[in-house]
Design a protein around this ligand. Structure first.
Ligand code: UD1
Ligand code: MG
Length: 454
């Protein structure tokens, strides 16, 4: 059987997500916990949607409005009483009445399951009534174990809490993903009982009910099938997902010296030919163009960086920072809600907020926009080719027009016209011989002190 062919039967996907996730110790539904900033359920939906099923049904628990909103526009049904994974599928069953085709059952807390693996499982069912996705785990604790017959077909699934010592030693586990014959599913669900250690209706009782040749499709990628039951699991999943994102960026032409130290958000965009040094963090909504260099320890969120710009090391780009082509943003520079022109340089220790900065501006060390008066934010407009000296305060609202200079150390509270010099500081006073006189007086005083002590 070839896996390249798309499925030929109609497909429906049921995602079980009614569990509160008690082991997470959290007020929010388990599947709303995020990986790279996107709820687990939405990662799973991405893969499920890629299969182009006729419908996706999400089983939620009572009082989970945020989950219902997160899975729009898909259908949701509420499982009022959390009586097990089988109980959850039962709640979805009326929506599958008369559905002839494949029903893919997926657990909402297994968010890294890929479209590819789902397709393989669907294809593997063939004419069998059921196929289950299995994987081999070194430590299978907590998972349902797959019991095979001598020919390698599925006989039963035994949950951890119901397993005897011999069964517990089995390392081939149930990942929780099933593909079943939709036409028969309703009848099978009617036969589930809750005579087990947890007193729940298990979907894993299906094989025992079906008693026919059933397929086990084993995925070699155990990462994809990891379930999330605890915050520690969540961190493990985050690690795997970050690795996946790193691989994708490298495949798309992004170089990273130490990819394992670079963290991405689910929506990060980076253009070909860009170079990311170690220890860079991408928050939500960052778009980086081609051939950009981001040096170590930079933190970006909500920022757009255009082609050829150089950022960092130790730069902080905050929401609505737009960095023009070939601009340079150096160490300990923070930029927020500002457009920085092409080729502008803000190389050291600066704050730029609520600012329109023209092309080729030089914004020197320690210069800042004073954008907040304690009540409101104000704009700073800087024209093209402006030179802002070191330690300048530009008190907004203020405009520095094209080609102007602002002298180092100035606090500028008025507009500076084009090509003018703005200077606002006391003239320096030079007192000849002052230092040597001061030093002598101090040394004499010290000598007197030690004479007294002696
Ligand atoms: C389940 C499987 C186990 C498998 C493991 C893989 C059963 C009985 N056990 O165990 O064989 O190895 O997943 O991760 O199926 N849910 C509902 N309603 C319920 C109960 C659960 O919607 O009444 C949902 C949960 O939200 C969750 C998923 O089903 O997304 C799995 O539930 P969970 O309690 O985590 O099952 P496991 O103990 O992990
Ligand atoms: Mg689980």
């Amino acid at each position: 059987m070839s896996n390249e062919h798309p499925h030929t039967r109609p497909l429906a996907v049921v995602i079980l997500a009614a569990g509160k996730g008690t082991r997470m110790k959290s007020d929010k539904p388990k599947v709303m916990h995020e990986l790279a900033g996107l709820p687990m359920i939405n990662w799973l939906l991405k893969s499920a949607e890629a299969l182009e099923p006729e419908k996706i049904i999400v089983v939620t628990g009572p009082d989970m409005p945020e989950l219902e909103a997160a899975v729009q526009p898909h259908q949701t049904v509420v499982q009022e009483v959390r009586d097990g994974t089988g109980g959850a599928v039962r709640i979805a069953a009326p929506l599958l009445k008369n559905f002839e085709g494949d029903v893919l059952i997926v657990l909402g807390d297994t968010p890294l399951m890929s479209e590819y693996t789902m397709r393989n499982l669907i294809a593997s069912r063939g004419d069998a009534p059921l196929s289950v996705l299995g994987t081999v785990l070194q430590n299978p604790f907590g998972y349902g174990r797959l019991i095979l017959d001598q020919q390698g077909f599925l006989q039963a699934i035994v949950e951890e809490k119901d397993a005897d010592a011999e069964q517990k030693a089995i390392q081939l586990v149930n990942t929780g993903v099933f593909c079943v014959d939709g036409a028969q599913l309703g009848d099978w669900l009617d036969k589930l009982d809750n005579n087990n250690a947890q007193g729940e209706f298990y979907i894993t009782q299906l094989p025992e009910i079906i008693q026919d040749t059933m397929i086990v499709s084993v995925t070699p990628d155990a990462h994809e099938t990891l379930g999330c039951n605890t915050r520690s699991d969540l961190a493990t999943l985050e690690g795997h997902l970050q690795n996946r994102l790193r691989e994708e960026f490298m495949e798309n032409g992004v170089t990273m010296q130490a990819p394992e130290t670079v963290y991405f958000w689910n929506d990060t965009e980076i253009g070909e030919g860009s170079y990311i040094e170690p220890n860079v963090i991408f928050g939500p909504n960052v778009k980086v163009g081609k051939d950009v260099t981001i040096k170590g320890f930079s933190h970006l969120e909500g920022a757009t960086v255009k082609k050829g710009a150089i950022i960092g090391p130790f730069a902080r780009l905050r929401p609505d920072a737009v960095i023009g082509e070939d601009a340079k943003i150096g160490n300990f520079v923070e930029i927020k809600k500002s457009n920085i022109g092409q080729g502008a340089k803000i190389n050291h220790l600066a704050y730029v907020g609520d600012c329109e900065m023209g092309d080729r501006v030089n914004f020197s060390a320690g210069a800042i926009t004073v954008n907040y008066d304690g009540f409101q934010k104000h704009q700073t407009i800087i024209g093209k080719d402006v030179m802002v000296g070191s330690n300048v305060n530009l008190v907004a609202p203020v405009t520095i027009d094209d080609g102007a200079f602002v002298a180092a150390g100035s606090t500028i509270t008025e507009d500076v016209p084009a090509d003018a010099l703005g200077i606002a500081r006391d003239p320096a006073q030079i007192r000849k011989g002052w230092a040597s006189k001061f030093r002598k007086a101090k040394e004499e005083a010290k000598a007197k002190q030690s004479q007294k002590k002696a």
